[in-house]
Write a protein that binds this ligand. Sequence first.
Ligand SMILES: Cc1cc2nc3c(=O)[nH]c(=O)nc-3n(C[C@H](O)[C@H](O)[C@H](O)COP(=O)(O)O)c2cc1C
Length: 188
Amino acid sequence: MQERKTQSISDIIRERRSIRDFKPDPIDKDVIVSLLNDAVYAPNHGKREPWRFILFEGEGKKTFAEAVIDTYSPEQREKKATDMAAYYQNIPYHLIVVMPEDPRQKKWEEDICATSALIQNFQLLAWEKEIGVCWKTNLYSLEPSFREKVGVEPGEKIVGVLHIGYFEKIPKAKKRTLVEEKLVTINE
Ligand SMILES: Cc1cc2nc3c(=O)[nH]c(=O)nc-3n(C[C@H](O)[C@H](O)[C@H](O)COP(=O)(O)O)c2cc1C
């Protein structure tokens, strides 16, 4: 593990990386719940707190893996089902974050913004504890069979599937464009 001296929010924001290679080392569920209890201080319009969580641990990760693999074509199944099942089992937690799909566009947009803010809060809080996260929006999230198997209710939207675990090494930062190149200032 590289030694990291994280101090400020800006350090954590800049340092955080999406983690795809996890150590299997267990993480206490209380830690995850505690991070989520901080993350819910995300801004949310109308104080709707539009999120709900489905956490997979232990044997539950098999349910998650089967739900994903069941969406594969026969060719995909042949090619990668075994590897993916092992990959998912090796990661300490999978967390599905859902929100209600409000038919009113304004509320739907506010709710996805709030839930995304919550997810980023969670990623940053986890990073502070040297826990890595990858936020996934793979197409399986849209498949009715997957949704049903993992307990997503009709009328709910999966905003993210988060894989959570300690990381082996920090991937290289992907550079961001300087804001000066994207900033328009209007002052008259
Ligand atoms: C809404 C959203 C959806 C994402 N979906 C995926 C995904 O399906 N698969 C994946 O590998 N990474 C996904 N990511 C992670 C991005 O690929 C990642 O943030 C980007 O490559 C920048 O890398 P960094 O997070 O390490 O800075 C997603 C990120 C966001 C914000």
